[in-house]
Design a protein around this ligand. Structure first.
Ligand code: GLU
Length: 306
């Protein structure tokens, strides 16, 4: 719909305008300590970027202040250090960028693509398709949730591991929230804006985010941002058959055992073994033998992890 317009570009800071053939990222939320599942995402995004002569960035997704788990931000930074990943730019923190997201909401407002919504979650229920009750009410934006309009159109993308994935946002979800009524910027907005501003070309992350992707593609189209490539990794599962997650109390990564854990992560990703050594040497070897085709297919891994 807006594809012929010039890109709606928030003020770019110079160091962020570094689009190249391949830029990847690792974007953890500090809602709990990093676990083995997070390490798999970090390793895959790092090795795939470096094996394609790309850059790799780290972004801390901390806009949802009430969900931040004390100490987890520190644990993420300690792990990145201990596993000797080398980001190609300073780590960015989304909580310092709220003015950028507000600016983008205003851009969308000017295009009549967003509106204020006063519907309470309690009334809507949790598993609902939003029917657009507030779409034409022209409510003032202050202290209301902000929703992005979607239309009756099937959005598809070709995932590098999962194949084609499609969704009709209107039928499956309805207009969705970019900013909550408590002022918190939603993940969907922050992730799309920052992937654009950091010049990201390839998004590698867990399959639990597969169903978010069409929303992000739609928002990117509304903002006239370039298309991205996606690879959604199979999830590491625990002995109870649930994915490792902060909510399921997955064990925090132990930085004392970084080399052994790194070797395990590479093996979970189906990659050839590497010699146990200092992590950066192991990563260098892993990059030299990295092969996407060896990553297990499907949305869940077979082994049992903690
Ligand atoms: N911050 C998200 C998480 O920790 C990941 C976002 C993404 O990779 O797009 O689950």
């Amino acid at each position: 719909m807006l594809l012929n317009n010039p890109p709606l570009t928030p003020p770019l800071k110079k160091q962020e305008d570094n689009r190249m053939a391949y830029s990847g990222r690792f974007a953890p939320s500090p809602t709990g300590p990093l676990h083995f599942g997070s390490l798999i995402t970090a390793v895959a995004s790092y090795c795939d970027a470096k094996a394609h002569q790309g850059q790799w960035f780290v972004r801390i997704e901390d806009t949802d202040i009430p969900r931040i788990y004390p100490g987890s931000e520190n644990h993420i930074l300690q792990c990145l250090d201990a596993f000797q990943f080398e980001p190609d730019a300073e780590i960015i923190f989304q909580k310092n960028r709220l003015d950028i997201y507000e600016y983008v909401i205003e851009q969308l407002h000017q295009q009549h693509l967003v509106y204020a919504c006063q519907c309470k979650r309690k009334i809507l229920g949790s598993n609902h398709i939003y029917t657009g009750t507030c779409r034409d009410l022209a409510l003032p934006f202050k202290d209301q949730a902000i929703r992005l309009k979607v239309n009756d159109q099937v959005i598809c993308f070709d995932d590098l591991l999962q194949g084609q994935h499609c969704s009709n946002l209107q039928a499956d979800l309805g207009d969705f929230v970019l900013k909550r009524r408590d002022g918190i910027i939603n993940y969907q907005l922050a992730v799309v804006v920052d992937d654009f501003l950091q010049g990201i070309t390839h998004v590698i992350r867990g399959s639990d985010l597969l169903d978010n992707t069409e929303r992000q593609i739609w928002l990117g189209q509304c903002l006239n941002y370039p298309k991205l490539q996606y690879m959604h990794l199979p999830l590491a599962m625990n002995a109870h058959g649930s994915k490792l997650s902060k909510q399921n109390h997955a064990e925090a990564l132990n930085i004392q055992h970084a080399p052994q854990t790194l070797a395990q992560a590479l093996s979970a990703l189906g990659q050839p073994p590497v010699d146990i050594d200092q992590p950066y040497k192991m990563l260098t070897q892993a990059i030299s033998q990295w092969d996407r085709k060896l990553i297990p297919k499907g949305t869940e891994m077979n082994g049992i992890y903690q």
